[in-house]
Design a binder for this molecule. Structure first.
Ligand code: URP
Ligand code: ZN
Ligand code: ZN
Ligand code: ZN
Length: 485
């Protein structure tokens, strides 16, 4: 099985150059000009196109059981849709119920994911705490290739963690060399505001953003950041959606703290007016947490990406269709939270980022692939075009123009938050494990071909933190003994 990608312009996170790429047995074997194809090799003509590392979406929820239902997009349809959009790896989440052993939940999710068509990994959520959770975190990192743990600071009476649990878990993350991550919204404030809304007769989807204002996110982001600072461990904040949490991330980074921020394609482009639409189905389809924000936040999020204070882009792909969203017809707090995007992220980022002069080609590669690979410690195997790397590659046609629509997308959901958006620039070919799995609009995928990718612990940030910790460790003062009477 071999492929020669010929005549394209290779774009990595660092450089841009004209080159052919030869892939064999699922890995990149040679990069250079005028490479010869061995007989039988498939030739991919990349003339006039960019050849980039396949996208990594570090935040998806395929077939998530959530809020009394299960997300419609499963690992088969979801990873296929990802490949159609140029994303060759997802990092999904194992989310144990409170009291559910982490290893049980982990094996359940591994089973569900076996039908994946692209490579995948898992973050594991810490939703409760005792000695067995701490022990299982050790097993997951040492034996199962999990190197990140998620903490929901929202969803009170469900999966929300207390500060005490978060501290215990952050401490354990540091010991294990695993990245602590948080969904930053103050769940107590959200709960209070939700009750206020309902009391005041605000039962529709407009109650969703009004009960989760940016301050709620800013407070939680700041609390998580300060907690990580005190515990001297790196922190990754998922779906930074507003100025308030971006400011917290930015300030921490300026202080030298190892804090990373993720932004969702949806938060960069959609504003909160969607929730005030008179059509319930339309408004409910946009219910996700954190909610879409007033327009001025989007400008700040783009600036965050441009400045490097936000490092990754994701989607939080979590699909619920209209009949599922209808569960919250009379009470917005019962609308299952989640929207789609895994197929659209790359094109939307390209169109609104690169085509608008907000992102360079190399920055595009960084924020769609390389940075996630580095933070979650699978670089250079993933997120790079280099000899020995996995042949997960997207051939990108900057001239292709199309209109995003639920009628034509591959995602298993009846709605698309980017409906009607015309984008210029899309994948002509997606290559996964050295095979062309998407070409000229056609998917050619094999159920189960996706592999579980183990991720080693102790990324480079832990080395630096260890030195800092040694240099700043608590000290005591030696005093002479009390003089005898
Ligand atoms: O609304 C969302 N984001 N649903 C999925 C769960 C989460 O908060 O990530
Ligand atoms: Zn310890
Ligand atoms: Zn979340
Ligand atoms: Zn999520």
């Amino acid at each position: 099985m071999s492929i020669l990608i010929r005549g394209g312009t290779v774009v990595t996170s660092e450089t841009t150059f004209r080159s052919d790429i030869y892939c064999e047995d699922g890995v990149i074997k040679a990069i250079g000009e005028n490479l010869e194809a061995p007989s039988g090799a498939e030739i991919v003509d990349a003339g006039g196109q960019y050849v980039m590392p396949g996208g990594i979406d570090p935040h998806t929820h395929m077939q998530l059981p959530f809020m009394g239902t299960v997300a419609t997009e499963d690992f088969y349809t979801g990873t296929a849709a990802a490949l159609a959009g140029g994303t060759t790896q997802i990092i999904d989440f194992v989310i144990p119920d409170p009291e559910e052993p982490l290893m049980d939940a982990y094996h359940k999710w591994r089973g569900w994911a076996e039908k994946s068509v692209s490579d995948y990994s898992f973050h594991v959520a810490v939703t409760w705490w005792d000695e067995t959770v701490s022990r299982d975190m050790g097993i997951l990192t040492k034996q199962e290739g999990v190197n990140s743990f998620k903490h929901f600071m929202a969803y009170k009476n469900a999966i929300m963690v207390s500060d005490e649990m978060m501290m215990a878990s952050f401490h354990r993350c540091r010991e294990l060399g695993a990245m602590a991550t948080v969904h930053a919204e103050n769940g107590e404030m959200v709960y209070y505001l939700q009750q206020e809304m309902l009391k005041n007769g605000i039962t529709g989807p407009e109650g969703h953003p009004q009960s989760r204002p940016p301050e709620v996110e800013g407070e939680a982001a700041n609390r998580a950041i300060r907690t990580a600072q005190v515990l001297q461990t790196p922190l990754y904040i998922v779906h930074v959606s507003c100025k308030e949490s971006l400011e917290a991330v930015t300030r921490a980074r300026l202080e030298g703290q190892r804090v990373f921020g993720e932004v969702l394609a949806g938060h960069l482009l959609i504003d909160d007016s969607v929730y005030y639409n008179e059509d319930f189905e339309y408004a409910a389809a946009h219910v996700m947490s954190p909610p879409f924000r007033p327009k001025d936040h989007q400008r700040e999020l783009w600036r965050g990406l441009q400045s490097g204070n936000l490092q990754t882009t994701a989607t939080d792909h979590c699909c619920f269709c209209a009949p599922q969203k209808a569960a919250g017809r009379d009470d917005f707090t019962k609308i299952p939270n989640g929207t789609s995007g895994v197929e659209d992220r790359m094109a939307v980022l390209w169109h609104h980022g690169v085509n608008q002069g907000k992102l360079t080609l190399n920055e595009f590669v960084k924020v769609t692939s390389t940075n996630a690979a580095q933070i979650f410690n699978i670089h250079p195997r993933k997120g790079s075009i280099s000899v020995g790397a996995d042949a997960d590659i997207v051939v990108w046609d900057p001239e292709m123009t199309r209109t995003i629509s639920a009628k034509t997308h591959h995602q298993n959901i009846d709605f698309n938050i980017f409906e009607g958006m015309e984008v210029k620039g899309s994948p002509s070919h997606t290559i996964s494990q050295g095979k062309v799995v998407y070409k000229d609009g056609q998917l050619n995928v094999v159920k189960g071909a996706g592999r579980y990718i183990k991720r080693p612990t102790f990324n480079t940030h832990f080395d630096a933190l260890k030195i800092r910790r040694e240099l700043t460790k608590p000290k005591s003062v030696k005093r002479p003994p009390m003089a005898a009477e």
